[in-house]
Design a protein around this ligand. Structure first.
Ligand code: TXA
Ligand code: MG
Length: 339
């Protein structure tokens, strides 16, 4: 049975108590963060964490992020914390930044996928923070079946997990809509493993130049440091195609593709920042923040409306656009049409 707790109007102490008890009993609780919903379990309870992998169908070598509510919890999880981590935490926590650090022995192997590092983040969401404070550090991947778009609404979590986990906290739509930025501080040079809700430019203002792991750009080399990068991601059932290039050319290229696929008898959906004529259309908004917030919802919704092909308009890669384009290209399996 799944208990759905409504906190759309804010943190509810009684609900938090119920959810925290589930966590402490080794059960699974989905909860909102400012990025996407997480599927949480007691990070230090190996059996509980194993259930996350089972529920998601997640490969065992893809490690989880451990969520904390107070900086002092970091010492229980990581060791040899470099000075950059302190600077970044001070500036950006709570917030959409995950840091990979040398792990403390306490953290079970299942949580870290057997790596000698642990990923840690302090989420900027009152419900998430209250849940962690009332229980323990919480390991949580995004609360979607492995390979599906991440959930930005409790309905998405219900679609994927209702009846299969103990508890879902409904906190309404998540504010940022793409997952946290993941940066590896365990190696010689700070390395970006996943662009996300905190723009890379912001990080570089604090610690200077950051290397970008080649897998971020889709190159399948040396994935050992972030095993998650090698798996299929964000894929709806429909085939996604991203159109990138000069703004003035993108519009006619999308129209041409819609026409071509429809002529083949396919149902075509378009997700874009301006209106298009297609079988289904999802307006992503006009700012990069709006596009990030709507991205996963658009993929899930167009899928529900039964399209065969989703044509997605690319946006510029700066700021949150880096995360958006990383997710879109993955969702498309790197099927990119240049306009
Ligand atoms: O915003 C987020 O980060 C959300 C919310 C729930 O906090 N969580 C999330 O978790 O996106 P997940 O599991 O979907 O993505 C975690 C990413 C994966 O790409 C994983 O491979 C990487 O972080 N990761 C976790 N631990 C790592 C480690 N020790 N070394 C390298 N990469 C790690
Ligand atoms: Mg995920």
């Amino acid at each position: 049975m799944t208990v759905v707790i409504n906190m759309r109007d804010g943190v509810d102490g009684r609900g938090i108590k119920i959810a925290a008890r589930f966590i402490l009993e080794g059960k699974l609780v989905a909860f909102p963060t400012e990025t996407v919903y997480g599927l949480g379990a007691d990070a230090l309870n190996a059996r509980a964490v194993r259930r996350i992998f089972e529920a998601k169908g997640r490969p065992a070598d893809n490690p989880l992020i451990v969520h904390i509510a107070d900086f002092s919890d970091l010492g229980r999880l990581a060791r040899d914390v470099p000075s950059e981590a302190g600077l970044l935490a001070e500036r950006f926590w709570p917030g959409p930044l995950t840091m990979v650090l040398p792990r403390n022995e306490n953290v079970p192997d299942v949580t870290t996928g057997g790596l000698d590092t642990v990923a840690v983040r302090m989420p900027a969401h009152p419900i998430a923070l209250a849940l962690i404070r009332a229980s323990t550090p919480v390991a949580a991947p995004s609360a979607n079946i492995s390979g599906k778009p991440s959930p930005t609404l409790a309905e998405h979590v219900i679609d994927d997990f209702y009846g299969r986990i103990e508890c879902i906290i409904d906190g309404g739509e998540t504010r940022i809509g793409v997952e946290s930025t993941v940066i590896d501080l365990s190696s010689e040079r700070p390395t970006l493993l996943r662009p996300g809700g905190l723009p890379l430019e912001e990080i570089e203002k604090v610690i200077g130049g950051v290397e970008i792991h080649p897998a971020v750009r889709g190159k399948l080399v040396d994935v050992a440091r972030s095993p998650g990068m090698k798996y299929k991601h964000y894929s709806p059932n429909a085939q996604v195609i991203v159109v990138e290039g000069k703004r003035e050319n993108v519009r006619s290229k999308i129209a041409e593709l819609v026409h071509g696929y429809r002529a083949e008898g396919l149902r075509v959906g378009v997700m874009a920042t301006e209106e298009y004529d297609a079988d289904e259309f999802f307006h992503l908004g006009s700012t990069e923040e709006e596009v990030a917030r709507n991205l996963f919802r658009a993929l899930r919704e167009l899928d529900k409306r039964g399209v065969d092909v989703i044509i997605a308009e690319g946006i510029e890669e700066r700021g949150l656009g880096f995360a958006v384009m990383n997710r879109l290209r993955k969702a498309a399996g790197y099927r990119i049409v240049w306009a």
